[in-house]
Design a protein around this ligand. Structure first.
Ligand SMILES: Nc1nc2c(ncn2[C@@H]2O[C@H](COP(=O)(O)OP(=O)(O)OP(=O)(O)O)[C@@H](O)[C@H]2O)c(=O)[nH]1
Ligand SMILES: [Zn+2]
Length: 343
């Protein structure tokens, strides 16, 4: 990897503002890969490694840290933060990637194309604080890719959809505007939709196109490998392989953004707490009857909100349990130190 300026690496005023006089001797470094006990970073003087001071789960690829040459002394507050509820029967919010300008949701112009899943991804992206882009791969295998494009763009005014053949360099060149100087583009989507193919086309790299197993509740070792890689256009690419389960948690704002039409209608219902289930003066039901809103879309909005609520509650309960446990441990440790002191 060649040397880059901080701006080339994606640095901006947002990060500079977080540095106070106690931190001026530290070196800004951007994480390009998170390992269990080590962070692989990029600095103005080239690639390096630093030791995390928090647990590995607190860091995400794309994060900025301040290094003293050995340790990542501070982790800077990110501009955008892609998270999900961790996969399996566990209750915590998992960080996936940070400081991404655009998140491309990759799906194919075939059976993988699925409106409810796109809505879910779009809510995640919106909640992350990044711009969404929908990439419809395998357009070369499909009779009418424009139909998929129209369906995706109908979901929300937030959506720009591009249909392409991920293997064709001319098609992939349409993505260059999102990969320029200091910009970071991330690719998310199901297995087999062409993320690795796109990554290879965009970086000139040769990453293997194979399925990657991720951590699950049975405690298998994670082999996911999220990394920040340079593109020849001055920007960066983050691939997020093998994310099978995508549960929302704490992403109500993203759901509201994607279902803005419904939330807007709901403000016109007669009752503030209208459940849109047949109450008089319900603007949402009126829109369905007038053919302006799809009843299935209302159901999907309800389902995502319920899921987000249930997951957020279980995460909050787990946090409270963890807090109570560490309080108890601290008390025990202090108690035993006191007893020792008396002896
Ligand atoms: N014809 C055609 N084939 C494609 C296109 N995109 C991907 N493929 C093929 O689809 C298969 C899966 O592509 P990958 O790039 O490995 O998919 P992935 O999303 O990286 O999958 P994971 O690594 O499992 O997450 C490969 O055989 C690709 O060559 C496309 O636009 N057109
Ligand atoms: Zn209503």
């Amino acid at each position: 990897m060649t040397n880059h300026t901080l701006a080339d690496l994606g640095w901006s005023d947002h990060f500079a503002r977080q540095i106070d006089e106690t931190m001026v001797d530290l070196t800004p470094a951007r994480i390009h890969e998170v390992q269990r006990d080590l962070l692989l970073v990029l600095t103005e003087t080239g690639p390096s490694t630093v030791i995390p001071v928090e647990s590995a789960g607190e860091y995400a690829v794309g994060d900025w840290v301040l290094s003293d040459g050995v340790k990542a002394v501070h982790r800077l507050d990110p501009i955008s933060n892609l998270t999900r509820k961790a996969a399996g029967h566990v209750s915590y919010q998992q960080r996936i990637a940070a400081n991404i300008d655009t998140i491309a949701i990759v799906t194919s112009c075939n059976a993988d194309f699925n409106i409810p899943r796109l809505e879910r991804y779009l809510a995640m992206v919106s909640s992350a604080g990044a711009m969404p882009l929908v990439l419809l791969t395998k357009a070369d295998r499909c009779e009418d890719p424009r139909d998929y494009q129209r369906q995706a763009e109908r979901i929300s005014p937030l959506v720009t959809a591009i249909a392409l053949n991920a293997k064709n360099p001319e098609d992939v060149a349409q993505l260059i505007p999102w990969c320029k100087s200091g910009q970071t583009l991330a690719l998310i989507g199901s297995s087999g939709v062409g993320k690795t193919t796109l990554r290879n086309s965009l970086t000139g790299g040769e990453a293997e196109t194979q399925a990657i197993r991720e951590d699950d509740a049975r405690g298998r070792h994670t082999t996911t490998h999220r990394s920040l890689v340079p593109t020849p256009y001055g920007g960066w690419l983050i691939d997020t392989p093998g994310m099978r389960e995508l549960q929302l948690a704490g992403q109500e704002d993203g759901i509201s953004a994607v279902f803005e039409d419904i939330e807007q209608l709901a403000t016109q219902c007669k009752f503030n707490d209208c459940a849109h289930q047949g109450e008089p003066g319900c603007a949402v039901q009126a829109a369905i009857e007038a053919g302006e809103l799809d009843a299935d879309r209302l159901e999907r909005w309800r389902k995502l909100k319920r899921e987000d609520e249930i997951n957020s509650e279980s995460i909050a309960r787990q946090r409270a349990r963890n807090k109570a446990f560490s309080k108890m441990v601290n008390k025990t440790v202090r108690g035993s130190a006191k007893r020792k002191g008396r002896r």
